[in-house]
Design a binder for this molecule. Structure first.
Ligand SMILES: NC(=O)C1=CN([C@@H]2O[C@H](COP(=O)(O)OP(=O)(O)OC[C@H]3O[C@@H](n4cnc5c(N)ncnc54)[C@H](OP(=O)(O)O)[C@@H]3O)[C@@H](O)[C@H]2O)[C@@H](O)CC1
Ligand SMILES: Nc1ncnc2c1ncn2[C@@H]1O[C@H](COP(=O)(O)OP(=O)(O)O)[C@@H](O)[C@H]1O
Ligand SMILES: [K+]
Length: 506
């Protein structure tokens, strides 16, 4: 599983390495610069064949120091290099200063005004990295001039560590920085481990492609509380040959009223395809006929209200519940959610099941438990956790926000998006990133979230722990969308799952 770290964790690892005496800051800077140049030549092999013209933009910290190393190395490869500096050379930190002075023996350093990108094939953004702490001002002209040129294909823009302006932690533009005042890269080269900001929010769009270079810090551990990229538990997804349907659990999905059953039917189909042994849809009596016309392998049960549900749940073989998709803002919705949660089975609370508590989130938190998974989209999240949503708008990372929400809810929380974040009340967290080579833009389609709720419910029925169910389901969901490709609608997601599973089980 790929670990992601924050800027502070990276600084901690760097400090541990330097204080241990195995490496100096200057050596790390040299390795970082070498890594960037290697990644550039790997990305554009033609650049290694013949030197061109490069502009290297250096900032006032160690990101700028990496830039001076890169300028020197490109020059060694025969490139004509123009170097611009933002700030006062006298105030550069020691390692950056050493590399600045070394560069000065080869060429000039211009103040960062409006560098001329006209004839450049390559621009290196070494302005700000993990040390950007406040709103970036004064880069507008440079950033806009660069965007105008690179939109036409040249120059290629390479960001060192992170595109300048972006927070390495949150993936958002720092402070109130305008997106036009920031650098957008074709390639971002970071070091040791990807940072959370490379995968969250605006990170993937700003980074272009992402490459992580090894700078020899593997002996210095990633902290225990590190976030990881979500992945499926492939082994657990297999079905044992000697099992029968009840060994794979019985999932129960609550359904809306007449004409509102589509969402729950999608969830039920998802739960069945992901391998729950049995799936039952519970709907109001008036909707039985409608649902019976549409379902075969999914069974049907009448559920008039919370009391009716409690009676059905006397069957202890029903071991996973899904409540919310298509339930509507009926007065009974809260009662149904409470009945589900008071049964103390593994449960997914989604969509209207969450929104029903917008005016009284504490009533929901009171009955939630550790076997639950909440699956809000951003709007539903803001209704349940308005203060945390405000922190998020103010620049808090999505990981921290979801961790805080999970701790408050006492349940696993999965906050949807291209950068889905899943966290446990204890603070474990992962990002299921539909980004870079895993982008899944066709998932932005009505009903996709209902299928995800069904996938999670199905895995809960199969005995997956809530965090593991959420993580595996979210990963499979994106992989289904990518496998199907363009033209995807949510009905396709459960149908493409068999081919995804076949591929996983090779
Ligand atoms: N960690 C590692 O293992 C390795 C790290 N390496 C490299 O070091 C980079 C981190 O270096 P860093 O810490 O010096 O930070 P960096 O991003 O250069 O910027 C800090 C400077 O910017 C300034 N400043 C901040 N905000 C500003 C604003 N809005 N407007 C204007 N100024 C602003 C800030 O000033 P201050 O806040 O102090 O006033 C300070 O002067 C990292 O990204 C990687 O490339 C590699 O060499 C190898 C291994
Ligand atoms: N641009 C995108 N890239 C990847 N996944 C996306 C994107 N937009 C939405 N999704 C995913 O699609 C699903 C949409 O769920 P939701 O917003 O609840 O919609 P609905 O209620 O119509 O089912 C979520 O799993 C979300 O993570
Ligand atoms: K940068």
């Amino acid at each position: 599983m790929t670990d992601l770290i924050t800027a502070a964790q990276m600084r901690g690892i760097e400090l541990a390495a330097i204080t241990s005496g195995v490496v100096t800051g200057l050596e790390l800077m040299e390795r970082a610069g070498r890594g960037v140049v290697a990644a550039i030549f790997e990305e554009w092999p033609e650049f290694a064949q013949s030197g061109g013209r490069a502009v290297v933009l250096c900032g006032p910290g160690n990101n700028g120091g990496d830039g001076f190393v890169i300028a020197r190395l490109l020059r060694e490869w025969g490139w004509e290099v123009e170097v611009c500096l933002w700030g006062d050379p006298a105030r550069l930190p020691p390692d950056a200063k050493a590399n600045y002075e070394r560069w000065c023996t080869f060429g000039a350093v211009h103040p960062l005004g409006e560098p001329v990108f006209e004839a450049a094939e390559l621009v290196v953004d070494a302005l700000f990295g993990t040390g950007l702490t406040r709103k970036l001002e004064g880069l507008e002209k440079t950033a806009l001039a660069l965007k105008g040129k690179s939109a036409a294909g040249f120059p290629k823009v390479v960001a060192v560590d992170v595109p300048s302006g972006l927070s390495a932690d949150s993936g958002r533009y720092v402070g109130e920085t305008d997106v036009d005042a920031c650098i957008s890269a074709d390639l971002t080269v970071s070091f040791h481990r990807a940072k959370t900001g490379h995968y969250l929010a605006d990170g993937p769009a700003a980074c272009g492609r992402l490459v992580i270079e090894d700078i020899g810090l593997d002996a210095f551990c990633v902290p225990e509380e590190a976030v990881c990229l979500a992945g499926p538990n492939v082994e657990r997804l297999q079905k044992r040959g000697d099992a029968h349907k009840f060994s794979h659990g019985h999932a129960f999905v609550l359904c809306g009223g007449v004409g509102h059953g589509g969402a729950a039917r999608l969830a039920a189909r998802g739960a069945l395809r992901i391998g729950a042994g049995l799936v039952t849809l519970g709907c109001p009596p008036a909707a039985i006929l409608e649902n019976a016309c549409q379902l075969n392998a999914v069974m049907l049960a009448r559920v008039a209200d919370g009391a009716g549900l409690t009676e059905i749940l006397e069957d202890s073989r029903i071991n996973a519940l899904c409540v919310g998709p298509g339930l509507g803002s009926r007065a009974e919705t809260r009662g149904l959610v409470r009945a589900v949660l008071l049964a103390r089975r593994a449960s997914v609370v989604d969509a209207d099941g969450l929104s029903a508590f917008a005016t009284a989130p504490a009533d929901l938190f009171e009955v939630l438990h550790e076997a639950c998974v909440l699956t809000p989209h951003a709007g539903e999240f803001a209704r349940l956790f308005p203060d945390i949503a405000e922190h998020l708008s103010a620049g808090c990372t999505k990981v921290d926000a979801v961790r805080e929400a999970a701790a408050r809810a006492g349940s696993v929380v999965l906050l949807k998006g291209a950068d889905t974040v899943i966290a446990t009340p204890e603070g474990r967290a992962c990002i299921n990133a539909a980004a870079y080579e895993c982008a899944a833009p066709w998932l932005a389609t009505a009903g996709a979230g209902d299928v995800l709720a069904g996938f999670i419910t199905g895995l809960l029925a199969r005995g997956f722990a809530p965090y593991e169910a959420a993580q595996t389901a979210a990963w499979l969901h994106v992989d289904c969308a990518r496998t199907f490709g363009a033209g995807l609608i949510s009905e396709d997601l459960p149908e493409v799952l068999p081919s995804v599973l076949r591929r996983l089980h090779g």
